[in-house]
Design a protein around this ligand. Structure first.
Ligand code: EPU
Length: 346
């Protein structure tokens, strides 16, 4: 165990006060460490890639378990990765080995084990659609087992594993296409760039290259030299408005910004609006509130709250609150934060 570790150094937002950290480099050590802490009733915070966490400036009063496993095992039609394996490394390895499936999820920061927790998705593909099973440590019983996707309650950027301390992800297994063909391409911007019609496919390696380029253009690929990437990715989820409220919301938007085309997407229980678009139209443009601020919206994408180098968690939260309140006041839509918050609420 290491004491007084700055959690800012373990997260992509680069904020978070001190805590005691236990680093676990094997799955066996991870299981043993969590079991031992649980048996003593010591609060545990798991950190792997740290890319979806906003930790308070006061740190964490308990033990941070740093998931530092790295194993990746390719099979005939799938891959098993230990929870701490770097996600984009897993994606790259599968594509280099000639497998298709994960290419749309290229360039996403964080670890393999975190991907099922909030059903990570990008460019028209969600982790849930490729996941074969997840190995979990059940913290109440201390037992480990493989869980099927159907048990995990996947939805848009959510699952039963999110906002729950019941289980720890140990390994993930994904089904892959040995032909090296991509998943069907359904995201407009990606399909257009690759000149495919909706649902068409391309070689996985070609799709990966384009996804990496598109993501980088939005500041969504980690680059230590680029403060636009000192973020937790999208800070808010795209709001799903129930059908009964859609006309009212459209009228509010039109009243404020005129008769423009509003980007919306079909969703299971309503209509999904674009949080980034709403934020920008509510008066919070790229780079808000300006170059001098320690916490700003990304200059490439309004949905990312970014640390310009010296921001505190408090400053990031203040900015996020301002944006959320502004969107609500103007368009009647309450945005939900996507990152997990520790020791603070929005
Ligand atoms: N837009 C703006 N201003 C901006 C950015 C975007 O008006 O500064 C508008 C765009 O014009 C477009 C719409 O917002 O009409 C959507 O933008 P984009 O295609 O960038 O996608 P997004 O909905 O903002 C989602 C995911 C991302 C994922 C991309 C690509 C969520 C919360 N975010 O972003 O995921 O990479 O689609 O698939 O679902 C993440 O979850 O951390 C994340 C980065």
């Amino acid at each position: 165990m290491r004491e007084s570790v700055r959690l800012a150094d373990l997260t992509t937002l680069r904020v978070g006060g001190p805590a005691t950290v236990a680093e676990c480099a094997s799955t066996e050590a991870l299981v043993a460490t969590v079991r031992a802490l649980d048996s003593k009733g010591i609060p545990v915070l798991l950190i792997a890639g740290g890319s979806n966490l906003l930790i308070s400036d006061d740190g964490f009063d308990g033990v941070v378990v740093k998931v530092a496993t790295t194993g990746v095992e390719l099979g005939a039609d799938g891959v098993i990765a230990e929870a701490g394996a770097n996600w984009d490394g897993v994606v790259a390895q599968t594509i280099d080995a000639g497998f298709g499936g994960l290419e749309c999820l290229s360039g996403i920061p964080g670890s393999a084990g975190a991907t099922p927790v909030q059903n990570v998705g990008a460019y028209g593909v969600e982790v849930a659609s490729l996941l074969r099973r997840v190995e979990l440590l059940d913290r109440a019983s201390g037992a480990t087992r493989w869980a099927e996707p159907a048990e995990l309650g996947f939805g848009y950027r959510t699952s039963k594993l999110k906002h729950s301390d019941d289980a720890v992800v140990l390994r993930v297994e994904f089904a892959l296409d040995p032909s090296g063909t991509s998943a069907p391409l359904r995201y407009g911007e990606l399909a257009t760039t690759l000149a495919v019609t909706d649902g068409g496919t391309r070689p996985a390696a070609q799709v990966r290259a384009v996804v990496l380029r598109l993501r980088a253009g939005k500041g969504m690929v980690l680059d230590p030299a680029d403060h636009d990437t000192w973020s937790a990715g999208s800070f808010f989820t795209n709001p799903v408005v129930p059908h009964a409220r859609v006309d009212e919301i459209r009228a509010l938007i039109t009243a404020h910004v005129g008769d423009v085309t509003i980007p919306t997407y079909p969703a299971p229980d309503g209509v999904k609006f674009s949080a980034g678009w709403l934020i920008e139209r509510a008066g919070f443009g790229k780079g808000f509130p300006g170059p001098e601020a320690p916490a700003r919206l990304s200059t490439k994408h309004t949905l990312a709250v970014t640390n310009r180098g010296a921001a505190t968690a408090g400053e990031l939260v203040a900015l996020a609150r301002k944006v959320r309140e502004g969107v609500e006041a103007r368009f009647g839509i309450h945005l939900e934060p996507e990152p997990v918050t520790v020791g603070l609420t929005l």
